[in-house]
Design a binder for this molecule. Structure first.
Ligand code: SAH
Length: 269
């Protein structure tokens, strides 16, 4: 016996429960949203709809950092300019102006704004930078998503920033492009070797912590230049910020507060 035939739908379809097509009321105009979509996609900055694009939000973050002890006005002004929410995943954007590190993929993190500010302040207090009020020719090891690079670029004549993980190097290039900072050069490679083609550097800053300072960094630091990096202390259990000033005669080293950075690794991925 054949299966009972299903009733065939009648055309035009009756929209049961929806009351059919309203005869009166507002006419839907799909052209309008399409035009708006074109405007949105033409914007260089992702629309957030959360008020995160405003200068006030960034300034509030800076005011908190000042209350916590950061002082250098040029560093504060640079921090107040960079839209940090554009450097993190959209799902984390609402936390972007809190003083916290956040994941950026591949087990890496965007550094806390207070630590970024503190390290750059230490660089700005170096003998050369203090008199010139610029970091000069700068090398950053560990580009990550590019946030700190955007801050450094505003205080440097030229910034070389090196990253050993290709997907992060590519992501940083994409995220930095809309900011049009034309003095940044992103390099894919092993930053433990520094970046000899553009050495020496007036300022060197590392965003990853190793057992010791690589010799290459010290060799590539200009006379009168300053280096700031997280390094493991003698116990090997914690990292501290180390500052090195190169003079005509020597390298002068001082040790500062404890920090917690991702490990400095050799080679590329
Ligand atoms: N500067 C970033 C922080 C990135 S986290 C910010 O704006 O917040 C530290 C980065 O250092 C990671 O992306 C990691 O891959 C990178 N890194 C670790 N060892 C490295 C090396 N030898 N050379 C270059 N980058 C390195």
């Amino acid at each position: 016996m054949s299966a009972p035939e299903r009733p065939r739908p009648k055309f035009p379809l009756q929209l049961d429960g929806l009351g059919g097509v309203p005869k009166k009321g507002p006419l839907l105009r799909p052209q309008q949203p399409l035009r708006q979509a074109a405007v949105d996609s033409a914007r260089s900055v992702r629309p957030s709809g959360l008020g995160l694009d405003s200068a006030d939000v960034r300034q509030r973050m800076v005011t908190k950092l000042q209350a916590a002890g950061l002082r250098d006005e040029l560093v504060m002004a640079a921090l107040a300019k960079v839209p940090r929410h554009l450097f993190v995943d959209t799902a984390l954007a609402t936390q972007a102006y809190e003083d916290t590190s956040l994941p950026i993929g591949l087990g890496q993190t965007i550094s806390k704004p207070s630590v970024v500010g503190r390290m750059i302040e230490l660089l700005m207090n170096g003998p050369g930078a203090r008199t010139r009020r610029t970091l000069g020719h700068t090398l950053e090891i560990g580009t990550g998503c590019g946030y700190q690079a955007a801050v450094l670029a505003q205080l440097s004549r030229q910034l070389m920033s090196i990253e050993r993980l290709k997907p992060l190097h590519d992501k940083a290039r994409e995220l930095l492009a809309p900011l049009r900072l034309n003095n940044i050069r992103l390099v894919y490679g092993d930053g433990m070797r520094g970046h000899p083609p553009n050495a020496p550097y007036d300022s060197i800053i590392a965003a990853a912590g190793g057992e010791a300072l690589p010799d290459a960094w010290l060799a590539q630091l200009a006379v009168g230049g300053r280096l700031v990096a997280p390094v493991h202390d003698a116990s090997g259990r914690r990292q501290v910020l180390v500052v090195v000033d190169r003079t005509e005669e020597a390298y002068e080293r001082s040790v500062h507060e404890a920090v917690n950075f991702v490990p400095l690794k050799s080679g590329t991925d």
